[in-house]
Design a protein around this ligand. Structure first.
Ligand code: SF4
Length: 366
């Protein structure tokens, strides 16, 4: 795990070994406070720890303040170029500001923003994208490189450091996944600022999920990344589920149900898809680590279930998956217990037993 500075974004700690948090960003018109607040609430309900909102002109500020007051999660102001908007957002309760000091205009304005952020206990994120690297760096590097992206970020950071401000978060997002990973790896090796990790303009859901999972996931597996954002075109709410799934896959969020299911094949003797979907849906509220396996047959069922807390394999212990009379048959394998034959509503039986295990875990009996 990388050692970083630590501070807070509102009530949420970042860096210093704090849990990796999930961020997203609204895409409503910020001036429409009701619509923006509704989206912030939807993102928070989906599991976002922090939400970012664009503040692009003065008319955004009153609505921004209203949203901050009612949001219930820390709100970050996303600002380009204008120190006055950064100050306005901080005065209205922004928990963090994303602004690049090199774009503000003068040292006086940089100091004004830094002093205001410090007075309000808010960090500043410096966000470099592959498209925002300065021309002189591009000339020196012969194009966009990890070195160039990091130099750009560090040159912005130096302006804040020069006015005594160090509660800085860095991001170095590229659209290219290997470049993104290389830039963050270099930043992790050369700075101790917490890192906001993401692949920028990752695209539509589907392609974007895969790019984000590969880029963010490979960094997280190497202990790099303090807060993450999956960027998907369209409704931002699915970004949150995607980010949480990345954290779960990296072993960084464990208090959920992990459904293991086989890919199915010619031996499949129960409806694995339907059972696995129902298990995932009906156990979605569980907040203890619980692994549930759904396997199409007994060939791999017992082996997989050994890793799981509980598993179902189609086909009973030796017979086919459909008993005489046409009802489904399977075997439930519970860790530490002898396998048990079940018939009829296999999914319902599995869910009931899994819920009992979850309850025992909650009560500390397991
Ligand atoms: S668990 Fe059984 S049904 Fe599922 S893929 Fe493996 S062999 Fe096929």
């Amino acid at each position: 795990m990388r050692v970083t500075r630590s501070f807070h974004i509102g009530s949420v700690p970042i860096g210093g070994g704090a849990p990796v948090t999930v961020q997203s960003m609204t895409n409503t018109d910020t001036r429409d406070a009701a619509a923006t607040l509704a989206q912030v609430r939807a993102l928070a309900a989906a599991g976002a720890d922090i939400v970012r909102i664009s503040v692009y002109d003065e008319a955004c500020l009153p609505a921004f303040g209203q949203v901050v007051d009612a949001a219930g999660v820390p709100i970050v102001a996303d600002i380009h170029f204008r120190a006055d908007l950064a100050v306005g957002a901080l005065e209205r309760g922004a928990a963090k500001v994303r602004i690049n000091p090199g774009n503000i205009g003068s040292e006086v304005k940089v100091r004004m923003v830094a002093d205001c952020a410090k007075a309000h206990g808010a960090p500043i994120r410096i966000g470099v994208n592959s498209g925002s690297v300065e021309k002189d760096i591009l000339r020196r590097e012969g194009g966009v490189t990890a070195r160039g992206m990091l130099d750009s970020a560090l040159s912005h950071a130096r302006m804040l450091e020069a006015v005594g401000f160090t509660d800085i978060v860095l991001s170095l997002k590229a659209t290219d996944v290997p470049l993104t990973v290389a830039a963050y790896e270099m930043a992790a090796a050369q700075t101790d600022y917490p890192l906001h990790v993401g692949v920028t303009e990752a695209g539509l859901p589907g392609d974007g999920n895969i790019k984000s999972a590969v880029g963010i996931g490979s960094l997280l597996l190497h202990g790099i990344g303090d807060t993450i954002r999956v960027s998907l075109t369209g409704d931002p709410v699915p970004e949150v589920a995607a980010a949480i799934d990345i954290l779960k896959a990296c072993g960084l969020r464990r208090n959920y149900v992990n459904v293991i299911s086989c890919p199915t094949c010619g031996r499949t003797s129960v409806d694995v898809t339907q059972i696995a979907q129902r298990v995932k849906r009906e156990l979605a509220d569980i907040r203890v680590p619980l692994t549930v396996a759904v396997m199409g047959c007994v060939v791999n069922g017992p082996g997989e279930a050994r890793e799981a807390d509980i598993g179902l394999a189609g086909g009973g212990l030796a017979e086919s998956g459909t008993a005489e009379g046409g009802y489904a048959m399977g075997a439930i394998f519970e860790r530490g217990k002898a396998p048990q034959r079940v018939t009829g509503d296999l999914a319902g039986e599995l869910i009931a037993r899994a819920r009992r295990i979850a309850q025992e875990k909650t009560q500390g009996k397991r």
